[in-house]
Design a protein around this ligand. Sequence first.
Ligand SMILES: CC(C)(COP(=O)(O)OP(=O)(O)OC[C@H]1O[C@@H](n2cnc3c(N)ncnc32)[C@H](O)[C@@H]1OP(=O)(O)O)[C@@H](O)C(=O)NCCC(=O)NCCS
Length: 347
Amino acid sequence: MGQVQAIPESLCSVVVISFRIVDTASTSFSLREMRLEIDDLQKWFDLNEFDRVEDEPRLPPEKMLETRKQAVEDHGKTCFGFVLESEEQTVGMVSFHNIGTLLNIGKPIFCDVVINPEFRRRGFGRQLYESGLDRLRELGFDRCVVGVREGNEAALAFTEYLGCSELDRQYLLTIDLTTLSDEGIATNADDTVQLFSLAQLRDTDPQWREKLHDLSKAFEKDIPSRVEVSIFPEDLDEFEKLLYVEWELDLDGSFVAVIEGVWAATTWKRTAGEDWCYHIMTGVRPEFRRRGLVKTLKRAGFAWAMRVGIRYIHTNQQESNLPMLTLNRQLGFETKSCYILLEHQFG
Ligand SMILES: CC(C)(COP(=O)(O)OP(=O)(O)OC[C@H]1O[C@@H](n2cnc3c(N)ncnc32)[C@H](O)[C@@H]1OP(=O)(O)O)[C@@H](O)C(=O)NCCC(=O)NCCS
């Protein structure tokens, strides 16, 4: 778990909820709205540190703030949450946001609850979660989507308590580029394959958006998932917004293989931390499959990452996508954890 959120401008003027709870030890607690400011994002980051799994990527609070602010202020995304505080410390926080790829059913929103370990099993998690439901209903949302790491028994019990049901599972895989030999980054493409970064194509091909959209649509239906998700919009401007806003594509680190003028395959990166990035999408046109293009493109991505000082690349993989899991493992990715995606319909 580890999403951050912000308060949409339109909601900033809403009167902040603030009420007090006094427990049996006479400690006073207050609940307030989470602010789109570095202090609150730092609190969120610190709370998440308690359950951090070594090797898993964490966005620094400054980067989270930048992303959320842009999504809310420039693109009208919904982001809000609450902070529960005692007189001395942060007891817990909840965040709701719809930034990223969500289910295609109903009107879903991501939710994340984190409670300071000192205050767990006292009903605060449930209370924080429920504090957002009325506003979510008012905004038209009807279900929350949560991701829980396999083995996080407390969180799984909590989601069961809330009435969530499992939708899908995803592996988180990581490659440490310093473990690769020269062979591990050799692209080995034959002469018919030309490799370009998306930045090069954007600068040289006025039709680059159309061509990328067309290629994406050609592989979209084969992206495996147990749940239907909206991926690539038909509208070109919406498609571009998805790339820049939701996925924060790094055009220098994303590549396209062109064969005899046809955009045949692509791999996309999203830069995030100082020495790490995400690999977020791979797709090959059906007629160009089984020709080693994915390995070629991914290795071009490794070489780019090493040039710009990136050491780790993280990627998510659907449990059902065995071919891609096998391929990633052959390239040197290791499985770090498995996340269970669940939803709670409250509408
Ligand atoms: C998961 C988490 C948010 C639960 O917060 P919490 O304040 O302890 O939860 P609550 O006290 O509201 O628990 C509500 C119910 O969830 C279930 N539950 C919560 N923690 C549990 C645990 N450790 N073991 C078994 N059941 C648990 C119980 O049914 C509980 O009701 P009960 O205490 O009456 O039996 C907290 O453990 C946490 O912050 N974990 C790390 C972050 C995380 O993984 N979040 C995922 C959820 S989005």
